[in-house]
Design a protein around this ligand. Structure first.
Ligand SMILES: C[S@@+](CC[C@H](N)C(=O)[O-])C[C@H]1O[C@@H](n2cnc3c(N)ncnc32)[C@H](O)[C@@H]1O
Length: 275
């Protein structure tokens, strides 16, 4: 099996932009002129939505004028939010071609085409020169990447010396194997969860100094409970998982919830400095 084509096939959905615009209309928003907050429930494809993105932006100290890299940028919610919140310019790279097209189209609709740009490519061989970025981050991407040493070495290569790198990922927890299917993989063939010890070693080996390490399992469980309560009160809401995985999404959500509740996976934010 070729890993990257399988991962891209898992995420791709050909009519994704139309599905997102339909979800916006259904939620009572204008799909031709959406505001960033209209898209927020749909365009952050990781546990706890916008909050961890905002936390990451603050922890990285993003600032106006910086050139920032988003590795595995998805449909661009995090980069659009951070580019506006911090006044920086963000380049996203993602394996899934359709996501890059949708991210570009949404940026244009929001009038942000001069602040964010997306290109298709692999995190393991990025088409960027050495030492070109002031900061970089990745959220919920490394779970699909087997070769962590190569991933972190490549991120190290494209960052300026002293630049910060932040990650927000689900790590292997003490509660046992994750239950499949989950949002990032239908089965173990494309899932590569790393333990905290192995991640620490891989980052240090690649040349990063670890500045902070924060687990957010309790926040994730509270977020899930709040989502369930809202659905109970107000009925089903569109979400990235519902849009991407259609009829399979209830099983995927159940497994994610149980894996979080049983600490099979532990959401973790790590902030590092490139040596
Ligand atoms: C769960 S989504 C997260 C998207 C985005 N970071 C967010 O949080 O909204 C995982 C993303 O990682 C991308 N991805 C997985 N493996 C990759 C790789 N080797 N190189 C680049 N992108 C990759 C997928 O295409 C997908 O868009």
């Amino acid at each position: 099996m070729e890993l990257e084509p399988s991962v891209a096939r898992h995420y791709a959905r050909p009519d994704l932009l139309a599905a997102i615009l339909a979800a916006l209309r259904e939620a009572g928003h204008d799909p031709e002129h959406p505001r960033p907050e209209d898209l927020a429930p749909l365009d952050e494809f990781h546990v706890r939505g916008r909050e961890p993105t905002a936390e990451l932006g603050r922890a990285l100290g993003l600032a106006p004028g910086q050139q920032v890299l988003d590795i595995g940028s998805g449909i661009g919610g995090p980069s659009r939010h951070l580019a506006v919140a911090h006044g920086c310019r963000i380049t996203g790279i993602d394996l899934t071609e359709e996501y890059c097209r949708v991210a570009t189209a949404l940026a244009e609709r929001l009038g942000l085409a001069d602040r964010v740009a997306y290109q298709q490519g692999s995190a393991l061989v990025m088409p960027f020169p050495d030492a070109g970025f002031d900061a970089a981050y990745t959220q919920h991407v490394a779970m699909n990447i087997a070769d962590k040493p190569r991933l972190y070495a490549e991120i190290h290569r494209v960052l300026k010396p002293g630049a910060r790198f932040g990650l927000y990922d689900l790590l292997q927890g003490p509660g046992g194997e994750v239950l499949f299917p989950v949002p990032w993989a239908r089965d173990p063939a494309t899932s590569f969860l790393v333990t905290p010890e192995a991640l620490r070693g891989a980052l240090q080996e690649a040349g990063f100094e670890i500045l902070s390490w924060r687990e957010s399992g309790a926040e994730a469980r509270a977020w899930l409970a709040a989502q369930r309560e809202r659905q109970r009160r107000e009925g089903p809401k569109p979400s990235p998982i519902a849009i991407l995985f259609g009829p399979d999404h209830p099983a995927i959500l159940r497994n994610l919830a149980r894996s979080l509740e049983e600490a099979r996976v532990v959401p973790t934010e790590v902030i590092c400095r490139r040596r």
